[in-house]
Design a protein around this ligand. Structure first.
Ligand SMILES: Cc1cc2nc3c(=O)[nH]c(=O)nc-3n(C[C@H](O)[C@H](O)[C@H](O)COP(=O)(O)O)c2cc1C
Length: 197
C-alpha cells in the first residue's frame, strides 16, 4: 500500500531472554494502522573494521543495511550498559553510518523512536547517548514521550516476558503514533508532488 509506513526495529541486546527484545516485540504490536515492520537481528553483524569496509561490506552487514534502506523510520530498544548503549548497538550503528558507493546512507534523514527497559532509571542515560549518536547520523529523533521502562526493583514483565506495565504500554503507543505521523508528514511532499522548498 502506498501510504504504508515501514519500520525497521531492533534491540541492542543479544541475549535470549532480553527485556529490551521483549519490549520491542510488545511495541511492534502497538504500531498504528497502515504500517508494516521488520525486526532486525544484530547477532550476525561483525565488529566494524575500516580495512574490511574498504574491501566491501560483509554480507551480514549488507543484509542489515538493506533492511535499513527499505525502512521509512526506525524503532530502537536499547539497554543501558555502563551508563551508555551496549557495544553491539554502537557497532551496528557504526556500520549503518557509512555511505554506499552512491554516497547515500541508510538511516540519513529518517525518523527514529527510542525505547528501553532497564534498572531504576529505565535506560535514561543510554537513551541520551543514543540521541547524540542519532544526531550525527542525521536521524530525526522523536522527543516525546520518553519511554523509560523501569524493571527494578519491581518487575514489569510476566513469566512469558510480556510487558505488564500499562503506563509504559500507553507511552509506547503514543510514541509510535508520533513516529508514524512525523514520517508520514516527511513523505507527503514526495508523494503528492508538492515542492519541498
Ligand atoms: C555489562 C553490563 C552493564 C550494565 N550497566 C548498567 C548501567 O550502567 N545502568 C543500568 O541501569 N543497568 C546496567 N546494567 C543492567 C542492564 O541494563 C539490565 O541487565 C538489562 O536488563 C539488560 O537488557 P536486556 O534485558 O535487554 O538484555 C548492565 C548490565 C550489563 C550486562
Amino acid at each position: 500500500m502506498q501510504n504504508t509506513i515501514h519500520i525497521a526495529a531492533f534491540a541492542g541486546s543479544l541475549r535470549e531472554y532480553s527485556y529490551n527484545r521483549s519490549l520491542l516485540n510488545t511495541a511492534v504490536h502497538l504500531l498504528p494502522p497502515e504500517t508494516s515492520y521488520e525486526i532486525l537481528d544484530l547477532t550476525p553483524i561483525p565488529m566494524y573494521n575500516q580495512d574490511i569496509e574498504k574491501i566491501g561490506f560483509p554480507k551480514e552487514v549488507e543484509t542489515f543495511r538493506s533492511a535499513l534502506y527499505r525502512a521509512d523510520a526506525f524503532l530502537i530498544a536499547t539497554p543501558e550498559y555502563n551508563y551508555s548503549i551496549p557495544g553491539v548497538l554502537k557497532n551496528a550503528l557504526d556500520w549503518a553510518s557509512r555511505a554506499n558507493a552512491d554516497k547515500s546512507k541508510p538511516m540519513d534523514g529518517k525518523p527514529l523512536a527510542i525505547i528501553g527497559v532497564g534498572g531504576r532509571f529505565g535506560t535514561a542515560r543510554a537513551q541520551n547517548h543514543l540521541r547524540q549518536i542519532a544526531s550525527h547520523l542525521n536521524m530525526i529523533t522523536i522527543n516525546r514521550p520518553e519511554v523509560l521502562v523501569s524493571n527494578y526493583p519491581k518487575k514489569v514483565f510476566d513469566a512469558e516476558n510480556n510487558l505488564t506495565d500499562q503506563f509504559a504500554i500507553n507511552l509506547t503507543e503514543e510514541l509510535l503514533k508520533n513516529l508514524v505521523n512525523l514520517t508520514r508528514q516527511l513523505k507527503l511532499p514526495l508523494e503528492t508532488g508538492i515542492p519541498t522548498n
